[in-house]
Ligand binder design. Structure first.
Ligand code: HEM
Length: 53
């Protein structure tokens, strides 16, 4: 993940926008609350390998 996003200058705001879109997709497809949280947690854990690297 680090190698892919390195040098892209991705901001915290841009990263949050992706999480926002993911949440919308999960809600739209009737994914349970608990599972939504799990997915968001996993995505959020990748932050340090994507934002401003
Ligand atoms: C949790 C958030 C994110 C995840 C899980 C994620 C995951 C990925 C993955 C799996 C790839 C493909 C890597 C490969 O082909 O080997 C990729 C590529 C890419 N990501 Fe992300 N990404 C995230 C956030 C972002 C954000 C916020 C941006 C920009 C605003 C971004 C821009 C890109 C671009 C442009 C590519 C294409 C790279 C290329 O093919 O040259 N990503 N991402």
């Amino acid at each position: 993940m680090l190698a892919t996003h390195k040098g892209m200058n991705i901001s915290a705001l841009e990263f949050m926008a992706v999480l926002d879109d993911a949440l919308s997709a999960l809600t739209k497809n009737d994914i349970g609350q608990r599972e939504q949280e799990e997915v968001l947690f996993i995505l959020y854990s990748m932050r340090t390998e994507i934002v401003l690297v």
